[in-house]
Ligand binder design. Sequence first.
Ligand code: PLP
Length: 406
Amino acid sequence: MTALKSPLPNTLPDSAGFYGDFGGRFVPDTLMAPLAELEDAYNKAHADPAFWADYERLLDEFVGRETPLQPMHRLTAQLGGAKIYLKREDLAHTGAHKINNAIGQILLAQRMGKKRIIAETGAGQHGVATATAAAAFGLECIVYMGADDMARQEPNVYRMRLLGAEVVPVTSGSRTLKDAVSEAMRDWVSHVHDTYYLLGSALGPHPYPRMVRDFQSVIGREARAQILAAEGRLPDSIVACVGGGSNAIGIFSGFVDDAQVKLIGVEAGGTAIAKGQHAARFSGGSMGIFQGMKTIILQDTDGQAELTHSVSAGLDYTGVGPEHAYLQALGRAEYTYALDDDAVAALHRLARTEGIICALESAHAVAYAIKTAPALSKDHLMIVNLSGRGDKDIGILRSYEENKKS
Ligand SMILES: *Cc1c(COP(=O)(O)O)cnc(C)c1O
């Protein structure tokens, strides 16, 4: 029994953290004990209605939930097919879904008596969500970030510092997310007694994929109740962008047991589905082990992680969360991609048609809706998860367009 208004998802990995062939815990010995401690603490919290009551109260008061499920009347009319709804995660505090997870994990850290929060961030969005949650609980926060990413994402570095976080530049390797993850792991191993590692997506070693999914499942629970209230029936399809996979698994989890609801994940097609030019793991990836999990990754024939590219930093990642790999293997969800150009065009169209500037990540899901809705019947109900707002992307959009001109 939980204090939640409706039940948590019931798809569980096995005791070793596997969803079918995917997931698990592929880490050095030194991380086995901290992950076991985390799993134990989460299992206890999961069974405690008081934990979920605190979580829901914070989502209401601090995050501003529930977020609306809004019908897109003008876009639907223009496209002339499926009726499109947006789940407005862009309206959550800090402008994206990531805060749902940060709040859940901060509550867990507090229960575990950890005073020091560490995280790693690529584009800075997860760093900002973590710094926000840590500040609200008066906890120390250290964010590892590749030195090159810090230069590219200066406004988010400034935001994290405003929130009182220490942002540590990582100058090893490629000076990006991969290296920041290694640095955060190193920190965790040497400060386990007082430190909580707050991971930002539904990936990494068990129990993170399940825990992050549970904290993001609020999106699916709300969307389900909202569409039933608005239309008196379930939707025909759910569409979400997939980076690590947390916003997608969060909304999918509300509908995964309803076989008639199609689940569609949209990855970053970048400039083309060719080596180094995209991040569509399900279009060119293969099984491998990456950052603590077994999943579908983009790798060369020697098993080295391939370079990835996307106009949206949040989708630009080598591996996909293991529950998505499992849903794809089962045939329960399907995965496609949107190209950079189509995502940018979708962002423009949504802005002008509906007055919503969405994140470039979310624009990939919108691009799928724009492409497919015209051929669908008018009684097809499609929900697109709008994972975040686009203010953070203004600079990137401007240079993208300048490059196109020259
Ligand atoms: C980080 C981010 C994503 C990608 O992460 P997931 O874990 O796949 O959800 C998508 N949208 C926005 C707005 C983000 O900030």
